[in-house]
Design a protein around this ligand. Structure first.
Ligand code: 5GP
Length: 116
C-alpha cells in the first residue's frame, strides 16, 4: 500500500529534498526532532525492516553512504549524530515505507529511556 513517501518520490506532494539517486531519496522531516532531521528512504516500497529481501541490499547500503555524506555536508559528522530505523508498532513506526532518520545538531542524550 502506498504511503506519503511514495507521493514524495513521485513529486505528488512537496518535500525539501536534499539528495536523490536511482536507489534512494533523502528529504527533511516535516516535524524535526533536532536541528538536523533528514529521512533517507529506498525508492522501492518496502513497508518495514521485516519486509527486506537480499535484493534490497544495494539500496540499504546506499542509505548509509548517503547518511554519512549528508552528515558531513551538514557539519555534524565530527560531533556525531544518530541513525534510527523504527519497525512496526513497538518500534514506533508511523509511515509504512522503510526509512532511516538522520538526527543531529544537538546532544541527543541516551538512546532509550530505561524502565523505572
Ligand atoms: P516513523 O515514526 O515512522 O519512524 O517516522 C515517520 C516520520 O515521517 C516522522 O518523523 C514524521 O515527522 C515524518 N513525516 C510524516 N509525514 C511526512 C511528510 O508528509 N513529509 C515529511 N517530510 N515528513 C513526514
Amino acid at each position: 500500500m502506498s504511503t506519503v513517501f511514495s507521493k514524495i518520490i513521485a513529486r505528488e506532494i512537496p518535500a525539501d529534498i536534499v539528495y536523490e539517486d536511482e536507489l534512494v531519496l533523502a528529504f527533511k522531516d516535516i516535524a524535526p526532532a533536532a536541528p538536523v532531521h533528514i529521512l533517507i528512504i529506498p525508492k522501492r516500497e518496502i513497508a518495514t525492516v521485516n519486509d527486506i529481501t537480499p535484493d534490497d541490499e544495494p539500496a540499504l547500503g546506499r542509505m548509509f553512504t548517503v547518511a554519512r555524506q549528508i552528515a558531513q555536508d551538514a557539519g555534524i559528522a565530527a560531533d556525531g549524530y544518530r541513525l534510527i530505523v523504527n519497525c512496526n508498532h513497538h518500534g514506533g513506526q508511523e509511515v509504512w515505507h522503510l526509512h532511516m532518520h538522520l538526527v543531529g545538531g544537538r546532544r541527543l542524550g541516551r538512546m532509550l529511556a530505561r524502565p523505572q
